[in-house]
Design a protein around this ligand. Structure first.
Ligand SMILES: N[C@@H](CCC(=O)N[C@@H](CS)C(=O)NCC(=O)O)C(=O)O
Length: 206
């Protein structure tokens, strides 16, 4: 049995989308970040970073229990466990990894930086930083929009975890800062296709 401790953030959603799309059944444990549940001793015992998501698989490799944090590691773990969304071909796998890392380490952290500035208790001193991070995030999405004008999916012609990871950041940005995605028709075409997938629909219904 798998237990997921998370919330409806970009990183939390990456883990939830992974489980749904991989068809792995799990118990959902919502963590209230505003109440600081992620800093309670029982949560810190699972992830000393005090951050969601955390996945516990009581039936991990060799039947051993696995406890893991880091949303992109969790997504890859689920894909490997289910045998889905990771290309077998070496060149396709390399392209998938490049796209996966951009989604996970460019898009989501930049979204987090914008969000932290905008939602700060006193956001006024952070306005210049918010503008800079928004420009960067929009710049990343512009490259993704251009890329998706040339290929069907994030890593090429095959649907992979790069699409699932990118969707987590895209979905959060679309909800919170839709102006940063304005005019990106290729991203919209791709995002529309992903939004229609049953697994993604289930994952994003919180
Ligand atoms: N690199 C980590 C980042 C996790 C992370 O930043 N989690 C955020 C929510 S998206 C969190 O728990 N924030 C609450 C806190 O830091 O107190 C991952 O990919 O899982």
């Amino acid at each position: 049995m798998i237990d997921l401790y998370a919330a409806g953030t970009s990183n939390g959603m990456r883990a939830r989308i992974a489980l749904e799309e991989c068809g792995l059944s799990y118990n959902w444990h919502p963590i209230d970040l505003m109440k600081g549940e992620q800093k309670k001793p029982e949560f810190l015992a699972l992830n000393p970073m005090g951050q969601i998501p955390v996945l516990i698989d009581s039936d991990g490799p060799g039947g051993k229990k696995v406890t893991m944090a880091q949303s992109s590691a969790i997504m890859m773990y689920c894909a490997e466990k289910a045998g889905k969304f990771i290309p077998k071909d070496g060149a396709k796998r390399a392209a998938m990894l490049e796209a996966y890392m951009s989604a996970s380490t460019d898009i989501t952290p930049m979204f987090g930086s914008v969000n932290a500035c905008v939602r700060a208790k006193d956001p006024v001193p952070y306005v210049p930083a918010a503008d800079m991070f928004k420009d960067r995030l929009r710049g990343y999405f512009k490259v993704w929009n251009d890329t998706l004008g040339k290929r069907k999916y994030a890593g090429g012609d095959e649907f992979t975890i790069a699409d699932l990871s990118l969707y987590a950041g895209y979905w959060r940005t679309k909800g919170a800062f839709p102006e940063l995605l304005q005019g990106f028709s290729n991203l919209e075409r791709w995002g529309g296709e992903l939004a229609a997938r049953p697994g993604i629909q289930k994952a994003t219904k919180l």
